[in-house]
Design a protein around this ligand. Structure first.
Ligand code: FAD
Ligand code: FES
Length: 274
């Protein structure tokens, strides 16, 4: 098992923006005095004024560096689920939360050529891929870590696929060569599920995050096309740093910790539920 992320910081950060995208999805920006987290990494977040015992994990969706002595900021897209997310979504501008991170690994550890650092992860990295682009595929709130990856990739080096139940969200600033949207109710883009619109043969690698059934379908399609696929997995987390073994991801090489060995894994290693 890997030792997990390099730098961990536990910092009180002020909420500088809480913006409702729709009834269930919110954008929260916090001050962030730390270094750039790198796409794929996540933070355990807990409001200072909180009734929940543990922070909750959220992927960084983007960040800005500080200027002129001002701290930078970090951006999250958060879907309402239960008590922990409800508390975060009810935070007011100026309130503080504890951000613990950046935690976990990065997409770029796996990606080929100028997009990443191919070869660092033996057995999991994509080959050169020539001139081919990379496909980023997000399902629902799973777009968050892929938005961050999009900011790190060379312009026009990737296509962005977004799958939604109904209207899309959070894709306004994506600088992809193409943005392909599918909705299950047909209200926007293609009607259907987003994995059905992916032709992996067009790509050097596929990166995906979203519901596990979607990841399984993307992984199967990529494997059939012989294209490396990397998925960001979600598990409920307690410690976030590899100590409690509460976030098991089943792989062909045994159980791994989502927080410290992931959250990004080569899709071919994952044993998806039937
Ligand atoms: C690495 C990582 C990155 C994530 N990034 C984001 C993000 O960017 N935006 C976002 O909105 N969410 C993200 N999540 C999911 C988020 O952590 C959960 O939605 C949140 O912890 C729910 O907390 P809660 O107290 O509101 O809900 P709870 O009361 O804890 O749970 C409410 C419901 O959600 C289910 N649930 C809770 N956590 C998870 C989970 N991790 N996976 C699957 N089901 C779960 C529970 O089983 C329950 O049915 C991420 C999770 C991980 C592991
Ligand atoms: S959450 Fe504790 S080991 Fe992953």
């Amino acid at each position: 098992m890997s030792a997990g992320p390099g730098i961990r910081q536990n910092i009180s950060c002020k909420l500088i923006r809480n913006y409702s995208i729709n009834k269930e999805i919110f954008r929260l920006d916090f001050t962030w005095p730390g270094s750039a987290p790198q796409a794929g990494r996540f933070f355990m977040i807990k409001p200072k004024r909180s009734s929940v015992f543990l922070g909750r994990p959220f992927s960084a969706a983007g960040w800005t560096g500080g200027t002129g002595g001002e701290p930078g900021s970090i951006r999250f897209f958060i879907a309402r689920r239960g008590g922990g997310t409800e508390e975060l979504l009810n935070m007011h501008t100026g309130e503080e939360a504890e951000l613990s991170g950046p935690l976990g690994n990065t997409w770029k550890e796996f990606l080929p050529g100028p997009a990443g650092q191919a070869g660092k992860n033996a057995g999991g990295s994509a080959d050169s891929g020539g001139e081919k682009k990379i496909a980023l595929i997000g399902g629902g709130i799973g777009v968050a870590p892929l938005l961050a990856l999009g900011t790190e990739l060379p312009p026009d080096s990737f296509d962005f696929y977004g799958g939604f139940r109904s209207a899309s969200f959070c894709l306004e600033d994506v600088a992809a060569r193409s943005v392909i949207i599918a909705s299950e109710d047909g209200s926007e883009g293609e009607k259907g599920r987003i994995p059905d619109f992916l032709d992996p043969a067009k790509y050097a690698a596929v990166c995906a995050c979203g519901p596990e059934a979607m990841l399984k379908a993307v992984a199967a399609r990529s494997a059939a096309g012989g294209v490396p696929c990397f998925v960001s997995m979600e598990r409920r987390m307690a410690c976030g740093v590899g100590a409690c073994l509460g976030c098991t991801v089943k792989t062909k090489n045994g159980n791994r910790r989502c927080c410290a060995d992931g959250p990004v894994f080569p899709a071919g290693e994952i044993v998806f539920d039937d």
